[in-house]
Design a binder for this molecule. Structure first.
Ligand code: ADP
Length: 452
């Protein structure tokens, strides 16, 4: 099976290959340019030495005279003189230089044999009466190249050392850069093994991509933990809420079976059972709606409806409960507001708000229900002058099962789910809901839903 290299190793490998290739290309370029330049320099030096030599050669009185001042060897350059037939006349040639090397003209050539390599430059001049005289300059290529061979050797030693240092340095840097990734992986693994959602990566401060990735993960864990907590809370609250009516039903049944002797007593127990069963049914239906809303399966059944009429009907229905508390109910409903919405959900929205207004309203109090069209929104309000809500509870009343004070308001039908349903219904229609309230003075619940 092919083993995959870690990213660290892959980066280091690519980095090394890239470095060696770059170094090799630049060195090859440097050496070839350097060698060309050194050949050009050698040619220049040879040419000037050869041309200078002709100053020491003269043809006088029928013979060719070569002055003794002619430097036959100077600064590594050997000078030799030949006649047109190629016969050696004067000068010095390096040891082992091939004596039969043909004379060329005005162009530096390279001559090699087993003993060495030389640069050779020949120049010819005509001496009237005598003919052509050739002067040859020879210098050892080894001298010219010695600087380069030192450079070559140095490169051969230094390059591997440099590559090694950069490989180790590259690997160290990659390891350092990837250390936070290791931390991310370890945290994710710990969370998935232990299920402990309180764990966080918590990298030390930094602004690079890996830090922002870690922060994003930490943020995600925060939200996961919060959702998980809410879910746990919801389940335990639901179980708790269902347990109370269930135990009441059980105890009533037990009492009736053991102690009820008359029809009246049995009926009384049955009424109590019925009330608790109704409460449970209501709770279960609300829970079901909220659970469906949570997993996205509770779809709105939208249709064109006259929201004004619907509101009027609900108000008439609620009138009876308001009267029981001697609450004066007023309406300010704009006529014929047409709206595309879910009828059942909108009814539930009004019922929940109005029932709360009555339930938490004072005896002989007032309740106002208003509905109007403002620009491109529908605005609904339920205003009561009841017990009000303390500022510390205002944010929390929308949470599931949250009840401000159950002792203060004992209510058979209270579940603490009403306002969370209201919020969901309004938001599912694209709107928002808010509350203004003063303890002891009353509350105003307002929702606004865009018409389009
Ligand atoms: P409940 O079933 O308890 O009424 P809700 O979700 O409808 O649940 O309301 C949550 C809490 O908000 C209630 O327990 C109550 O304390 C408070 N509340 C809601 N409406 C009003 C209101 N009109 N006046 C005062 N308090 C209210």
């Amino acid at each position: 099976m092919k083993k995959k290299l870690s990213i660290k190793l892959r980066i280091t490998l690519w980095f090394t290959i890239f470095m060696i290739a770059t170094a090799a290309i630049s060195l090859a370029f440097l050496f070839s340019v350097g060698e060309m330049q050194s050949q050009r320099d050698s040619e220049q030096v040879l040419r000037s030495a050869v041309e200078k030599s002709f100053q020491e050669i003269e043809y006088e009185d029928g013979s060719l005279e070569i002055d003794e001042d002619l430097d036959v060897y100077k600064d590594g350059i050997y000078i030799s003189v030949y006649d047109d037939a190629g016969h050696f006349l004067y000068g010095r040639i390096p040891y082992a230089f091939p004596t039969d090397a043909a004379i060329s003209t005005d162009k530096m050539i390279k001559i090699s044999n087993d003993a060495g390599t030389w640069y050779v430059f020949d120049h010819v001049q005509i001496y009237s009466g005598y003919g052509n005289v050739h002067v040859r300059g020879i210098t050892s290529a080894a001298i010219a190249q010695s600087a380069f061979s030192t450079l070559h050797r140095l490169t051969a030693i230094l390059l591997p050392i440099l590559v090694l240092i950069s490989v180790l340095g590259g690997y160290w840097l990659a390891r350092r850069a990837f250390r936070p990734v290791r931390q991310i992986v370890e945290t994710a693994e710990s969370i998935s093994h232990s299920g402990d959602l309180t764990l966080r990566i918590q990298l030390p401060p930094g602004k690079d991509e890996i830090h922002s990735l870690a922060n994003t993960f930490d943020g995600m864990f925060d939200r996961l933990e919060e959702t998980f907590q809410k879910e746990k809370q919801f389940t335990s609250d639901a179980a708790h809420e269902l347990r109370t009516p269930t135990s009441v039903i059980l105890s009533q049944c037990e009492y009736a079976l053991e102690n009820a002797t008359t029809v009246e007593e049995t009926k009384e127990a049955l009424i109590c059972v019925q009330q608790q069963a109704e409460k449970m049914a209501r709770l279960i239906s609300q829970l079901l709606t909220l659970a469906r809303a949570d997993n996205g399966t509770q779809k709105l059944q939208k249709e064109l409806l006259n929201l004004s009429e619907l509101t009027e009907i609900i108000c008439q229905q609620q009138q009876e409960y308001a009267s029981a508390k001697n609450i004066t109910m007023e309406t300010a409903i704009q006529q014929d507001i047409l709206f595309h919405g879910d009828e059942t959900m909108l009814m539930r929205l009004w019922i929940n708000l109005i029932e709360n207004g009555i339930h938490y309203g004072k005896e002989n109090g007032h309740l106002t229900v208003s509905l109007s069209k403002e620009q491109n929104r529908i605005v609904g309000r339920v205003i009561d002058d009841g017990i009000g809500i303390g500022p510390e509870h205002l944010d929390k009343i929308w949470q599931r099962f949250y009840q401000v004070d159950t002792v203060r308001n004992p209510n058979q039908n209270s579940t603490g789910l009403g306002l969370s349903m209201v919020k969901w219904i309004v938001e599912a229609h694209g709107g928002n809901v808010s509350v203004q309230s003063h303890l002891g003075a009353g509350s105003t619940f307002t929702f606004a839903i865009p018409i389009s």
